[in-house]
Write a protein that binds this ligand. Structure first.
Ligand code: SF4
Ligand code: SF4
Length: 297
C-alpha cells in the first residue's frame, strides 16, 4: 500500500507521522519503505538515521542546439509552451530554469539540430534505516523545479539498474506492505507530483483556523486528483472543533487524534523518533497503522 503523508501547510507534524509510521510498521513486522519527496527540505533522515549506500545524480534533459545545422527557422520557440527556448537572429537561446524537459522542441525541429543533454538538478540517496528501505531526493540550491526530482525519488528502483541495489532491498521496496511518501507542504505542483499514484493521502492538520483553511485547500486538491483521503489531527487538544465538524460534514475519516505531548516535542528536538520516546504516541501510531492497513479510509 502506498500512503502519501501531506498537509496544506508546513509545521503540522507531517514528517513526525511519516517517519514514525514507517518505524512502527517495521516493528510490527511489515516491510516498509520511506521515500522523502520533500526534495527542497528533506529531513526524514534526521529521525530515521539511515545508512546511505548509494548516491547518484538526478538529471533533467535540456535541449542543446547545433548552430552548424540550425536554419534559425524559429519552430522550436513556437513549439515551446514555457518560453524556454528562443530563436533570436542567428542565436537560439535556452533558458534552463524554464525548461520542463518535454522534448517538444526536439520534435519540432525540421533539421534535427536539437539533441537532449542531461543536467544535474539534485541527488538521490538510497539506503536502509534498520529494516526500512530509505530513499531521499535533494534538489540543488537554486533549482526552480522540484517535480523531476520527486519523480526520480518515486521511481528510483525503475531508474536503478537491477544490480544497483542489493536484491533483497529491491524486492523489499517493490513489495513493501507499506510505502510512505513524505510529501512537501502546500497544494502546488510538487505536492501533486508527490501524492500521485498513492492509494491513500493522509492529511496531517491541527484544530486551528489556519489548520482548517489549509486542510480545505488540500482536500480540494486531493479530490481533484480523485484519490482516497483521510485526516490525522495532530495536537488535537488545542484550538477548537471546527476541523472535526468540517471532516464530519465532508465525510472525511479522522484516522488518528494525537494530543500535544511534551515528550514528543523533546524527542523531535533531539532528532529522535517520538515512538521510541513516548509510549502513548507509539500506541496511537500503531492504531493509525492498523486502520490504514484495514482500509478504514
Ligand atoms: S527548430 Fe531547429 S532549425 Fe529551427 S531554429 Fe530551432 S533549432 Fe534551429
Ligand atoms: S524541452 Fe520542452 S520545455 Fe524545454 S525548451 Fe524544449 S519545448 Fe521548451
Amino acid at each position: 500500500m502506498k500512503v502519501a503523508i501531506a498537509s496544506g501547510k508546513g509545521g503540522t507534524g507531517k514528517t513526525t507521522v511519516a517517519t514514525n509510521l514507517a518505524k512502527v510498521a517495521a516493528a510490527e513486522g511489515c516491510t516498509a519503505a520511506y521515500l522523502d519527496c520533500d526534495v527542497e527540505e528533506p529531513n526524514g533522515r534526521l529521525f530515521l538515521k539511515p545508512t546511505v549506500d548509494k548516491q547518484r545524480s538526478i538529471d533533467k534533459l535540456l535541449p542543446a542546439v547545433d548552430l552548424g545545422r540550425c536554419t534559425f527557422c524559429g519552430r522550436c520557440s513556437q513549439a515551446c509552451r514555457y518560453g524556454a527556448i528562443a530563436c533570436v537572429g542567428k542565436q537560439v537561446l535556452v533558458f534552463a530554469e524554464l525548461c520542463h524537459s518535454c522534448g517538444g522542441c526536439t520534435l519540432a525541429c525540421p533539421v534535427d539540430a536539437i539533441r537532449e543533454v542531461p543536467k544535474s538538478i539534485g541527488e538521490l540517496l538510497l539506503g536502509m534505516a534498520g529494516p526500512i528501505r530509505f530513499v531521499e531526493g535533494r534538489l540543488n540550491v537554486g533549482e526552480a523545479m522540484s517535480p523531476p526530482a520527486i519523480r526520480a525519488v518515486k521511481s528510483s528502483t525503475h531508474h536503478a539498474p537491477r544490480d544497483d541495489l542489493r536484491h533483497t532491498e529491491c524486492d523489499q521496496y517493490n513489495e513493501a506492505d507499506l510505502t510512505i511518501f513524505d510529501c512537501p507542504p502546500g497544494t502546488s505542483c510538487p505536492v501533486i507530483e508527490s501524492v500521485r499514484g498513492s492509494d491513500l493521502v493522509l492529511l496531517v492538520t491541527e484544530p486551528t483556523p489556519f489548520g482548517l483553511n489549509d486542510l480545505q485547500l488540500a482536500v480540494e486538491m486531493v479530490r481533484t486528483l480523485k484519490l482516497p483521503l483521510a485526516v490525522v489531527l495532530n495536537r488535537c487538544d488545542i484550538g477548537d472543533d471546527r476541523v472535526r465538524r468540517y471532516c464530519a460534514g465532508q465525510r472525511i475519516p479522522i484516522l488518528a487524534e494525537i494530543p500535544d505531548d511534551r515528550a514528543v516535542a523533546e524527542a523531535y528536538c533531539r532528532g529522535q523518533l517520538a515512538s521510541d520516546a513516548a509510549p502513548s504516541f507509539a500506541g496511537r501510531i500503531r492504531s493509525l497503522l492498523g486502520r490504514i492497513l484495514k482500509g478504514a479510509a
